[in-house]
Design a protein around this ligand. Structure first.
Ligand code: UD1
Ligand code: UDP
Length: 366
């Protein structure tokens, strides 16, 4: 069986890295293709995990439209499938890379296995365009690696055959554990050392990220206003690695530059980001991956979205859905910080052996 693993953005790379490592460990041959829908943010992950793509489509262009991105991925994937035979393609999650690579494989009669399958909001505007990307990828896929029981139940309701669904946990927890082990063993780098010298970790530390398209404009304005309000407490340090999407950069730098205790920095490489998460008292984010990682670190997350396809963490009270209303964000942040809110739950998203389960299944159908 000729296996192709394909991804394109930072979170996909973080979540597919343990699959590549496990395939290598089990000596199962595979090829790696990156669309490079992201460039710098993808390369940070490839470098850290020593992943060397066999194909690099180098698709990223500043601020290109979703249609342009999709059409270029379809065209370039077709050239690869013309050149080399694959019997199965592994894709991840809900990006434009996931859905278009799955479609291009389907057009060539190649089986598709979907990692992180079955998450749903059933609201096609939120997250946009990810909800539909994930549904499309699910419809195309032959095998579905569902991280949780809830995800499996969603797929069953959509009449996916139960025998094609495998509950695995989320591979991001595998990656997180690999990195936490390294940090525990003394791993450091320039970014971590710089953060140590720049930030007072005895203060209340709030880590912020954001990139959702549905929050562009007013949502980001409100988020920035909330951050400005929170920064008025001088016993607070706010660290914000700003996503490279120009729609994010423009508004965040315009509204938040020049405030002493707001640190706007470039996106961090994964180990530095994990280190920073572990030092934080609170995370404010619209990220999917961070909602999954934070419960393992016992850090509460305010989710700046109106919907989430990851409500296991909400039910376990590890994360709180606050939307992008400034007052609501400030109120909840203060409540969490003042009460030193913490929880001790088993992470509902996984326990670190998802990749092993996925590769065991792949091996069984070879
Ligand atoms: C993409 C995914 C989103 C995922 C997110 C993770 C889609 C439609 N969106 O959103 O699902 O949650 O990644 O971060 O698939 N850019 C750079 N360098 C980089 C990365 C991005 O300069 O390394 C800039 C470019 O101008 C690029 C723009 O950001 O055109 C947007 O990138 P894109 O992949 O389209 O969307 P994201 O907002 O990153
Ligand atoms: N992350 C990172 N550096 C950063 C910000 C986030 O390595 O500066 C990691 C984070 O730990 C998580 C993933 O990137 O694993 C989340 O990516 P993002 O929020 O861009 O995408 P999403 O998870 O929402 O698809």
């Amino acid at each position: 069986m000729n296996i192709l693993v394909c991804f394109g953005t930072r979170p996909e790379a973080i979540k597919m890295a343990p699959i590549c490592l496990e395939l290598t460990k089990q000596k199962i041959p595979f090829k790696l293709c990156v669309t490079a829908q992201h460039r710098e943010m993808l390369d940070q992950v490839l470098t850290f995990f020593g992943l060397k793509p066999d194909y690099d489509l180098n698709i990223m262009k500043p601020n290109q439209s979703l249609n342009m991105l999709s059409s270029r991925i379809l065209t370039e994937m077709d050239k690869i499938f013309e050149k080399e035979h694959f019997s199965i393609v592994l894709v991840h999650g809900d990006t434009t890379t996931s859905s278009t690579v799955a479609l291009s494989a389907f057009h060539r009669n190649i089986r598709v296995a979907h990692v992180e399958a079955g998450l749903r909001t059933y609201n096609k505007q939120s997250p946009f365009p990810e909800e539909l990307n994930r549904q499309i990828t699910g419809r195309i896929s032959d095998y579905h690696f569902a991280p949780t029981l809830k995800a499996k139940e969603n797929l069953i309701k959509e009449k996916v055959s139960e025998s094609d669904i495998i509950i695995t946990g989320n591979t991001v927890i595998d990656t997180l554990f690999i990195v936490l082990k390294k940090i525990k063993e003394g791993y450091t780098n320039n970014h971590i050392e710089e953060l140590k010298s720049k930030i007072d970790f005895n203060k209340k530390n709030i880590l912020v990220t954001g990139h959702r398209r549905e929050n562009f404009g007013l949502g980001f304005e409100n988020l920035c206003n909330a951050i400005l309000e929170l920064s008025k407490d001088e016993d607070t340090e706010i660290i914000y690695p700003v996503h490279l999407n120009p729609n994010v950069q423009k508004i965040v730098y315009a509204k938040l530059s020049g405030v002493n205790n707001i640190h706007l920095i470039s996106p961090l490489d994964y180990p530095s980001f994990v280190w920073l998460m572990s030092k934080s008292n609170l995370i404010i984010s619209d990220s999917g991956g961070i909602q999954e990682e934070a419960p393992s670190l016992n850090i509460p997350v305010l989710v700046t979205r109106n919907t989430t396809e990851r409500d296991e963490g909400i039910y376990a009270k590890c994360s709180f859905l606050v939307g992008t209303d400034s007052n609501k964000i400030v109120k909840k942040a203060n409540e969490v910080l003042e009460n030193d809110y913490s929880f001790n739950v088993i992470n509902p998203y996984g326990n670190g052996n998802a990749a092993e389960r996925i590769i065991k299944f792949i091996d069984s159908i070879r």
